[in-house]
Ligand binder design. Sequence first.
Ligand code: ADP
Ligand code: MG
Ligand code: ZN
Length: 587
Amino acid sequence: MATISQQAYGDFLAAVKTNRVTKVTISPSRIEYTVGHENSAETYFTIPDLLAESLPDLLTANGVEYTIQNPPSDSWLGTLLAVVLPPLVAVGAGALLLKYTEGSSGVMGVGKSKARTYTQGKTGVKFADVAGVDEAKQELQEVVDFLKNSDKYTRLGAKIPKGVLLVGPPGTGKTLLAKAVAGEAGVPFLSMSGSEFVEMFVGVGASRVRDLFDKAKRQAPCIIFIDELDAIGKSRGNGMNPSGGNDEREQTLNQLLTEMDGFDGNTGIILIAATNRPEVLDPALRRPGRFDRQVVVDRPDRLGRAQILTVHANNVKLGEDVDLELLAARTAGLTGADLANLVNEAALMAARNNRQAVLMADFELAFERVLVGLEKRSRVLNPIERQTVAYHEVGHALVGALITGRGKVEKISIVPRGVGALGYTLQMPDEDRFLMMEDEIRGQIATLLGGRAAESVVFGKVSTGASDDIQKATNLAEKAITLYGMSDTLGPIAFAGNNSQFLDGDTNTRRAVSGDVAIEIDRLIKQTIDGANSMAKAILEHNRELLESTTKALLDREVLEGDALRTILSQVQAPAGFAQWLQTGKG
Ligand code: ADP
Ligand code: MG
Ligand code: ZN
């Protein structure tokens, strides 16, 4: 006779994650599950204390077969149902719900927050599950410490930060990180998405925010996670709606701000929000005491991708020939979510072929599938594009290495970031600078053109990747002549109107000038740009071997920084005539 024994809900989740569970039957009050196969199969049951909505997702992700049983029409199911299956029963069992949902406010409880609640440590996610975002983890480690040892801070009178904003492209692990913070600190995790606050009816969003914070206060210490903060947090006063903005969103945002100011930072509630559009957020959200901490969660580099692949591959059976490092090297631009998907697709592929383990061939097929899905995002560069971007960025860096004053090149990267940027070179000033000397402007223009110059030196042709560089270089050259009076022939006469001090705009407005002067200005701009361009090319030709070896290293490692980069840059040699050109612009 088979007796079924009860297990803790947490043990059940752990069993799912370690792939021991083979079958699950979910009913509102009870989850039955089977561990192991055929002869060795054992069945258990567990009581969902608060059934996370994402359980079906979790089961799907782990390839567990599950059934959700129709709820029996017993009387106790009102409250549970409200938590378990709100969308399904909202219409059919409306009357029942009204009766059982505690203190439902208004019609059908529209003002209640639909926050998914995960109780104590039950998000089941730990920092170890999030890979390749070490800096973000480090910053969030501090938040865990705030939640766990708040006395340590409050004793000294320190105010614990209330809000942390996670910023980064979709799929890089922001939600996962927030869950991991709750998991590590062992506190409840209340999660809601910004778009869920914004409803058709004015006032509903605001009351949901209130309700969410009320819930949180009852469960503190805890974490409130607001995903897609931009959906509510868009800058007020520049609403799309010309007839006075979006009232509903504005009210919701105001309520959020009020709630954030309203609780004492030391009550143990920490807000984590995520967005991939930080630029549209209302500045009020970033004030001290609100989301004043910002953590960037960026696309992973090669090392990070290898770590993420390893984390996800832990859940599948890998064949001997699978080389995760090699896969990591070939998947530049993919996010954590893409990589998780890749591993899963490969496992599906292997299962379809009735294999015992997932082979490299499965990964290759899966990669193609994932790429097709990603194509429209045009993030994954083909090998030639990747090489072009690498030469381009190294070009910036090598030219920049010779130019003093404007700051050192700190980092070169060909991990695609954000929209449009395929690679980037980071130059950090050594100190705050308020003035720029003539030679520095020349140097900077040459550095800007260094990327394009590298392409033309190496390939004999250039790509479209330099348009932004060209724009900036031209603006700078124009300013030198029309605004700073740095030309011999025209002298210190202002030919440009002053732009607003705060809008450090890239567009220069010209004063009305005579035709001759206009021609002269254009000639001087061209002369400046041409001079800088030839010098950039000369520098790269003179350091051709270094250009090749550095590009090779960059293609291999994707990011060059620190001592390794400094060593490379210190080897750059100035070509003949460099010093004279820098001083006079001639030569
Ligand atoms: P975001 O919130 O930034 O859009 P998510 O946290 O929702 O991204 O990520 C979706 C899924 O992708 C995660 O559940 C996880 O399986 C996978 N994933 C994303 N980033 C990582 C990472 N850094 N490490 C491990 N898995 C990741
Ligand atoms: Mg997310
Ligand atoms: Zn460039």
